[in-house]
Design a protein around this ligand. Sequence first.
Ligand code: OSB
Ligand code: MG
Length: 373
Amino acid sequence: MKIEQITLHHIRQRLVTPFVTSFGNEQDRECLIVEMRSAGLTGWGECVAATFPGYSYETVQTAGHIMADFLIPALLEAEISEPADLLTLFHFVRGHPLAKAALEQAVWDLIAQREGLSFAAKLAQPYPEGPRERVKVGVSVGIQPDINSTIQTIAGYLDQGYGRVKLKIKPGRDVAEARAVRAAFPDLMLMVDANSAYTLADVATLQALDPLDLLMLEQPLGYDDIFDHSQLRPQIKTPLCLDESIHSADHARYALALGACDIINIKPARVGGWETARRIHDLCRANDVPVWCGGMLETGIGRAGQLALAALPGFTLPGDISATARYYAEDITPPFTLNEEDSTQTVPTSPGLGVVVDRQQLQKETLHKSVFA
Ligand code: OSB
Ligand code: MG
């Protein structure tokens, strides 16, 4: 397959509510939408790099540069037969997984369409059971102005049918907050995400979460650390999950070998794409380590990709894959909705990503557009 043309749409969307974490505050989310043409088909991808390097060192600007000046020229020259070909093709660029994953997503979309398969079915080809039809999902709740509004916000999401809540924490807004939420919702499937805001000097604080029956504690320590997490794990009772520090299948292997985590959050973008995401899934599954699909406040394009990944058999914990309405009043695809009876979302089944992009809305949100051929 030859890629004939690639367009990068730099878009900005207003979040329905600001998203506050230990690393920053987001009200208007920007991202790059990849549109790729080959043999009469159009494939789509989403680059989830943000405007500031808080979660990842990549930003919209650096990802645009890496794609425009290195990855896209290589892709336009290449002959592709499977998405995995991109791992070799892009190997010459070190790092920049968010930029690589966005292009890989559009290639998966094109190849799945060419084969008449949904992205989920294409991704699940190696597994006899095939993809799940519905995947369990939860909601990620940013840091609110105070404990009362945290409880109000969570109550609102529970009303909508979400069965799992992830609460963002940071120093000073952790134990008391989580304790209050637990007291208000004794049976809630509750977890916390620290986004690397602590160090081993904070073990006592993290141990104070032990009695709260949390599903997991996500990435408390350094964004580039695996070793210190292995030192923390035996000192706490809450299952430990890694997000920021896993960027490759090798990192996942190191984490399991060091006993650094009980669970891995797999974000296809953070690991450079769906091929690597699937390899991490396979490694974890072989080692009985549960995985779940993380989120980056995606548009419907990214969300379709999350649902395809979370449909793999080893994704046994609810993903950060909320309904469109939790993020955006209007989106560039038709809205994704929650199946409130079982806190799931339905995996798209039409060929490729299975979403129809609303070009008028895309154009409305576009700040800048570049075309490569
Ligand atoms: O740490 O999982 C995270 C959003 C942006 C950056 C990092 C994270 C998040 C979320 C949101 O938690 C998950 C979602 O998309 O709903
Ligand atoms: Mg996280």
